[in-house]
Ligand binder design. Structure first.
Ligand code: HAM
Length: 419
């Protein structure tokens, strides 16, 4: 076979059945959970003025290394969205919906990452954000929304980790303490972490590199620097999770990969996946972000779940298989007219998955297709049946004989077979 001239770019995949069927089903479950919880679907554009994303924090890899950006023909600097929280804050600032505003979303995001299994340059997320309330019970509600979604798709081996990053003043005090600690231990840090230290000591905590890990182990934790208010809010979130029987662990070293967070942050780890790529979702509070994008000073909280990665976790646990998309009925029409076409149309309009191949193929060839198709029944029309106004129904699996029915009773007769 000739080599194809082009392949999909690194870090991208051609999604095809059954993966696409499973993804769609997963998004439908999320949409249902979010709708039940009072969220409306919002779809921002896939690209924005680069400034929207630069506000995510210039010391984050997502912004300084991974943005796909370009100048458009109108001279604007545009970036493909690396996530959707910033876009939703921009939407809030521009459209000014009534707070608290509850929005859910679904779609592709783009990050120029080192591609590997579970880490792609184009990946899908579902997510939910609430802008306009600082009630810590809402933090709990959002975490629970995500947890119930995982539960509903059948994932069991998922661990919820929560942390509080405190308020800006707490973070400033903590950042100073971290800077002092890492500076004292610089010699043992990796080159990359020394560079990160100069920009944002907090980010060093994110390093998964082995030499850094040992230093990170001994670093001060943020919990010791929380203000009274931030501490009380975090206690309330934990009490809420306990009351709703949602298991969690407090992970004082949980620092998310984006810079906009304060107070509650959380992550879900798929424990059946490789540790390096096991975050199936995460989120937290981002109280200053809307104001930072020029909007009103409204607090925000939300999360996003990686659809691709959640599917990998489902594979690892053997749950959430593909929905049945096989045809239920196969139409075999050996007639010169368009009877075959008309029949699949009639069956599809009645809600049945039905398919056929060209009527110019022999009856035998068409029956072979029918047997391979996975369909429950074949319906057969040849010149004789046509002349008598009848159609033959032949079960393709299990018991039952072929029988002839009047064309007018076709749909009912097929439905009877499928029960
Ligand atoms: P994030 O942690 O960057 O947060 O991404 C959320 C989830 O998206 C991850 O846990 C992971 O499952 C998936 N994900 C991220 N990057 C990739 C990738 N390169 N390939 C495959 N999956 C990936 C956010 O995006 C925040 N916007 C979450 C949020 C919402 N915070 C507040 N509101």
């Amino acid at each position: 076979m000739a080599e194809p001239l082009f392949r999909s770019p690194p870090g991208t995949r051609d999604l095809m059945p059954p993966v696409t069927d499973r993804m769609r089903a997963m998004v439908e479950v999320f949409a249902d959970e979010a709708t039940k919880a009072g969220f409306g679907q919002v779809t921002p554009p896939m690209f924005e003025d680069i400034g929207v994303f630069v506000r995510l924090g210039e010391a984050t890899d997502v912004v300084n290394k991974e943005l796909y950006s370009f100048e458009d023909k109108g001279g604007r600097t545009i970036a493909l969205r690396p996530e959707q929280t910033a876009s939703l804050c921009r939407v809030f600032a521009e459209q000014r919906p009534v707070p608290p505003w509850k929005a859910w979303y679904y779609g592709a995001n783009f990050r120029y990452e080192a591609a590997q299994k579970g880490r792609y340059r184009q990946f899908d997320q579902v997510g939910a954000e609430v802008i306009g309330s600082s009630d810590p019970d809402l933090d709990t509600e959002l975490i629970v929304l995500a947890a119930r979604f995982y539960e509903r798709i059948g994932l069991r081996n998922v661990q919820l980790m929560v942390n509080s990053l405190g308020d800006p003043a707490d973070r400033a005090a903590y950042t100073d303490a971290l800077r002092a600690y890492f500076t004292a231990n610089q010699a043992d840090l990796t080159e990359q972490s020394r560079l990160t230290l100069a920009k944002n000591p907090l980010r060093v905590m994110d390093s998964k590199r082995e030499p850094d890990q040992q230093i990170i182990e001994g670093a001060p934790v943020l919990g010791e620097f929380l203000s009274v208010e931030a501490g009380a809010a975090f206690d309330r979130v934990q009490a809420g999770l306990n009351a709703l029987n949602v298991p969690f662990v407090v992970e004082p070293r949980l620092v998310r990969g984006l810079d906009y967070y304060n107070r509650t942050t959380f992550e879900f780890a798929g424990l059946s996946l490789d540790a390096a790529q096991n975050a199936v979702g995460g989120g937290g509070r981002y109280d200053g972000l809307v104001a930072n994008l020029g909007g009103p000073d409204e607090p925000g909280i939300g999360f996003a779940l990686g659809v691709d990665r959640t599917l990998l976790a489902c594979d690892a646990e053997g749950v959430f298989g593909a929905p049945d998309t096989n045809p239920q009925v196969w139409v075999v029409a050996a007639t010169p007219g368009v009877e075959g076409l008309a029949l699949v149309d009639q069956l599809r309009r009645a809600g049945l998955r039905s398919d056929r191949v060209e009527s110019t193929r022999s009856m035998k060839a068409q029956m072979k297709k029918a047997n391979k198709s996975g369909a429950e029944v074949a319906i057969i029309v040849g010149e004789d049946e046509l002349a008598r106004g009848e159609i033959a129904i032949k079960p393709l699996r299990g018991q039952g004989d072929q029988k002839n029915v009047p064309s007018s009773e076709l749909v009912e007769a097929v439905q009877e077979y499928l029960q």
